[in-house]
Each structure stands twice: as C-alpha cells, then as structure tokens.
Design a protein. Structure first.
Length: 59
C-alpha cells in the first residue's frame, strides 16, 4: 500500500502503523521522545483498551 508522506506529518503514518501493529514500511524521520518501541507500545495499548471497552473481537 502506498501511503503519502509529507515533510510536516511523517509521524501520522508511523502512528497508524503502530496502532495497527504493523511494521514501519518506510523510514519516516519522525523522532519520538521515548523511542519507537515505547511509542509503538503506547499507541497499540490505546487501540487494545478501546477494543476491550467496546467488546470488539481482536482476532
């Protein structure tokens, strides 16, 4: 899937990949204060918590 990246919003695609638990498809240039692993874990935890709250099957 080709997703556009712009100089001002490289982190949006990273966040989408983190939330979907997908590998990063390209190097975005985004710099995360706590590093990529911690950022990925936080975004993924938000998705998981929301799915649990809504009782959505996660398979």
């Amino acid at each position: 899937m080709n997703r556009p990246r712009t100089a001002t919003t490289p982190y949006y695609v990273d966040i989408a990949d983190y939330m979907a638990d997908l590998p990063l498809t390209q190097v975005s240039g985004a710099r995360w204060l706590d590093g990529k692993p911690a950022t990925r874990q936080r975004w993924r935890a938000l998705v998981t918590a929301r799915r649990n709250h809504l009782d959505i099957d996660q398979t």
